[in-house]
Design a protein around this ligand. Sequence first.
Ligand code: PLP
Length: 400
Amino acid sequence: MTARIYFDHSATTPLDPRVRAAMEPFLDGVFGNPSSSHREGRIAREAVETARAQVASLLGADASEIVFTASGTEADNLALIGTIRSHDRPGHLVTSSIEHAAILETCRFLAKSGTKITYLPVDGDGLVNLDSLLRALQSDVSLVSVMAASNVVGTVQPIEELAHLTKLHGVLFHTDAVQAAGKIPLNVKRIPVDLLSLSAHKLHGPKGIGALYVRKGVHLSPIVFGGGQERGLRSATENVAGIVGFGAAAAIAQEELAEEAARLAEFRERIVAALRQTLPHCYLFGHAAKRLPGHLSIGFHGQEREVGKLLLKLDEAGVAVSAGSACSAHHSGQPSEVLLAMGYDSERARGLLRITLGRFNTVQDVERFLEILPQAVASLTPAPNHRQYAAVALDAVAPA
Ligand code: PLP
């Protein structure tokens, strides 16, 4: 049996064997509670603090600024709810219209208790515009939250500029960096973010462990109450093995970031170049250059409604890709809210195929994928005006 090709790293990544090796002792013999004062406890505490320093180092942060959570979702919840609850008024939160559900659903929850929410528009590439942020920065705003990179189209936001502008107005800035961390450089010494969310399973670490970077001096209210672990911001006995795995994954990502980003961007561009030749009716979603190195989101003119069938065909042929985000997979067949917000009509917004590459992908995977994809597309119902689109370049299509 030929090995499967896994091109869905935005959904999750396989555990790096080096991360697994680091975790193993903590799944077995080393089982202490980091809050215990005996030797078993102290060993666990030391491992947690080493991992905290490793995660902090990925961001150029101080270890004391990292709060471990159970997921990226929880880090997002803590950032938003924790900021709003730290004030004695419902406040005003500004976010973008293309955030992950972990942000958008938290905003919906906060709106029910009176928090005003402003959703910043994005352009056809999925970029938030600085002027729209400037207009939204009224005196009652307590937090701005804009994702560092999109899980759906891979566009990388101008986070540094957005954060600078927000800070000039004396407002806190949060970024959901779950997709960006470990893939593009993120340094909190240069980028004036106050809060930043991470998730280990997106960078070849284990599932069920995340972190929130909280800049020194930023005050948050907890959303989980109990024994006061994680500086009182996240009570619960720590997930020691998960935290150790997260630390190891962060250290590897930091060490290999530049080389890996270049390798994946080369694979991505190889796919783009090949698709221009073999499938000229294919078009790109998201910014052509300001994008995550291994992220490619595409559509097929006239075949947008066939994307569900295409996913099945690819799956049968041994390729795992996705239609938009894994979290919205249960809405498949519906137009993508992110693409609608980017200005695409409902037809095109149905047709997104997301290809996301990762550490263990090889050039052979890419070459085999480039043989399989055209065959799978050819087996779909042909686009009615297939010829008409033949001259359309992959990067030349803007929203309707
Ligand atoms: N934010 C973004 C941008 C994501 O892509 C995801 C996961 O897909 C999350 C948050 C949630 O992270 P987790 O799966 O750790 O809860």
